[in-house]
Every structure is written in C-alpha cells, then in structure tokens.
Design a binder for this molecule. Structure first.
Ligand code: ZN
Length: 286
C-alpha cells in the first residue's frame, strides 16, 4: 500500500530531478521543443514550443517544488511536477511516443527529455528570470527550509499565532516551502514532536529541534538521491527519485527505531489529519 517511492514529489525529489536536468542540459541549446497538448493544469503560454526552440539553457534553480530552467535571453522555464510528473531522459530518436508525455525537449547534443504526467496536475510556464519570485505560483511561498535564513526565530514567529495542529501548519506552503506529507511526518518524528500538538505551543527548544530535524531530513534525502543515482539518472532514464527508508511513514503498527524492547510501545500509529495519513510514534512524539 505504501510504496518506497513517494507518491508525490516533494522538495528532495524535485531537487534531485533538477540536478539531473542540470547535469545533462546546462549549456546545451534546445534544438527542438514539442508539445503534445495545449495545457496541463494550466494552458501552456502562447507559442511556447517556438520560444523554446533555439534557446540556450544557462542555469537552474529550485524554489519549493518548482524547477526554473534559465534560458539565455532573460526567461526561465518554470516546471512543476504536480502529483505524478516525471522527467525521462534518453537519446533523441524519432517515432518514440511515450504514454502521457506532454512536452519533449531535444538538445543540440542529441538528447531528449520528456515530461510525463498522467494526472496532469503539473504545470509549465515561462517567466522573466528577473521576476521569477513574483510569478503567481511562487509569490506566496514561505522560506526555503535549507537556506540559512530559515531558522528557529523565523519558524517560531510563523507558528506563534497558529491554533492548528502542527502538521497542518507545516504543510501550509506559506509557513515553509516545499514540505509535503511524507517529509513532515519524518521531520516530526526526528524532532520528537506530536503532529497533533497545537502549532503555537512549539517554542524555545522545541522549535530549535524542529528546524534542525527538517533540515536534516531533507538534506539526508537529497544526499541519498545523489549517492544512489549516477548523475541523478535512474538506469531506465528517469531523472530523480530513489528508494527511501522511511522511519515512520507507511509503517503502521511497527515499532519505530526508538522503541524496540519498550514494553509500552504501541507501534507507529496512523491517523488522518486534513484528509491525509499521518504516521507517528505516540510514545516518543509529544
Ligand atoms: Zn516509537
């Protein structure tokens, strides 16, 4: 039921996909761009294929779960993988249709990258590089959790007036950008904080623990992607993603790593919060 591959890309998966794109595409020129439909979650910008063709790719940036592919000429291609988006890399050759492939970029050195998204919650847009952060999908986002500016003071101030469960506050992208269901569960386990605790009660040492746990959980997942994939590409050509060993996510009833031998250990508990599954250790997360 809970596979080891995340059902939805979160920050570490997007970072890993971006590094794969960067490794293969940076400095290359898009020799051909093909769109197989007019929209994903939103319509593609007018003339997108034509505007991409001939453009040189000069850099990459990730903001939350968005990839920004920066093009010479001052625009960035914004890519959101949505719920089911994947990037497939392979040598360019004709007559190679792939199911649910909506956008294809071919490069001057003979590679092709396809954007595959069966559920079509993904998004693609063009935005002036200078004003990337003003894009309507980015403008309301909270701080990047891996940046130095995300610290206990920032998170503490953001949680101070929130009378919602801590998990809901952390899933709110205005509090912190890029966290989703899985990494929130894992970070709360590490921080020994209950997902049910009122957000506004997370102060002092608790908020320090939580910030450290979020950074460690995300950092480890990104490092795992880097060490388990060659150039961030899977053997089948898929960019990013990798096997994870979750500590609590998807492990209902099992003792967590802190609990073996504890007679009072009830095992990892699964509850539903805001319609999503939460996994936590009721003995050690308070
Ligand atoms: Zn436990």
């Amino acid at each position: 039921m809970y596979s080891s591959v995340p059902p939805m890309p979160e920050l570490p998966e997007v970072e890993t996909v971006m590094r794969g794109l960067q490794h293969r595409l940076q400095g290359r020129t898009i020799s051909r761009a093909v769109l197989h439909r007019a929209d994903l979650r939103f319509p593609f910008p007018p003339g997108l294929a034509k505007r991409l063709t001939g453009a040189r790719i000069i850099g990459f940036r990730r903001r939350a779960k968005y990839i920004l592919m920066r093009l010479a000429g001052g625009h960035s291609l914004l890519i959101h993988l949505g719920m089911s988006g994947r990037m497939l890399l392979g040598p360019a050759h004709p007559n190679a249709p792939v199911l649910h492939e909506h956008m294809v970029l071919e490069t001057d050195d003979g590679w092709r990258v396809g954007f595959i998204d069966p559920r079509r919650f993904g998004a693609v847009d063009l935005v002036p590089t200078e004003t990337e952060d003003a894009h309507r999908l980015l403008i309301g986002l909270g701080p990047e959790p891996l940046e130095k500016t995300f610290d206990p003071a920032v998170l503490g101030a953001s949680l101070a007036n929130r009378r919602t469960p801590l998990k809901a506050a952390l899933l709110d992208q205005r509090t912190i950008a890029g966290l989703g269901n899985i990494y929130v569960c894992e970070a709360l386990f590490r921080a020994r904080l209950s997902p049910r605790r009122l957000a506004c009660t997370v102060t002092g040492p608790r908020v320090e623990r939580l910030v450290a746990a979020i950074k460690l959980t995300l950092g480890e997942a990104i490092a795992a992607g880097g060490s388990s994939l060659r150039d961030y590409v899977q053997p089948g050509g898929e960019l990013g993603y990798f096997q994870h060993a979750w500590k609590v996510y998807g492990r209902p009833g099992q003792p967590c790593e802190r609990c073996p031998g504890q007679p009072a250990c009830p095992g990892v508990r699964r509850i539903t919060q805001s319609g999503r599954s939460t996994f936590y250790c009721p003995r050690t997360q308070r």
